[in-house]
Design a protein around this ligand. Structure first.
Ligand SMILES: [Zn+2]
Length: 67
């Protein structure tokens, strides 16, 4: 029984994926994002999204004469 528990705990500490942004490991039960085949960890998502969607960025300009 103890041996089985050790086996399960050990398996949970083997990283399944490596984040494409930071190189960090993603383990069993952790959240990650598959963005068009790029695996991104939760911590890197905001930074990645800003860069990935950078071309979609717009600034709404105030119309002339409005304050
Ligand atoms: Zn990352």
């Amino acid at each position: 029984m103890e041996k089985e528990l050790y086996r399960i705990e050990f398996a949970e500490r083997i990283p399944l994926y490596i984040c494409r942004e930071c190189g960090g490991e993603v383990f069993h039960g952790e959240v990650y994002y598959d963005v068009a085949g790029r695996l991104i960890c939760r911590d890197c998502l905001p930074h990645f999204a800003r860069r990935y969607f950078g071309g979609c960025r717009r600034v709404l300009k105030t119309p002339e004469g409005c304050r």
